[in-house]
Ligand binder design. Structure first.
Ligand code: SF4
Length: 80
């Protein structure tokens, strides 16, 4: 059996209707999220490779830690 490489990437998405702007996500995934002057999240828009396991773990942490369930991870296919 060969080793399967994870291909593609992901982006963290925020539902602005659900988000309360308290900013937990920026604390949980500071490499992917920063907040604006009102505390609402600004997420990295450029897809992060799925092979970046540290960033993926941060994203999952932010999704689980969001009290409003306003975040999700969206997979992005490789461009070819
Ligand atoms: S943790 Fe959730 S509700 Fe809070 S700012 Fe981030 S996305 Fe919005």
């Amino acid at each position: 059996m060969g080793v399967r490489r994870k291909s593609g990437g992901f982006v963290l998405k925020v539902n602005p209707i659900l988000c309360d702007g308290y900013g937990h996500c920026a604390e949980l995934a500071p490499d992917l999220v920063r907040t604006d002057e009102w505390g609402y999240p600004i997420v990295v828009a450029v897809p992060v490779p799925l092979s970046n396991l540290g960033a993926l773990a941060s994203a999952r942490y932010a999704v689980r830690g969001c009290p409003r369930k306003a975040m999700h991870i969206e997979r992005v296919a490789d461009e070819s």
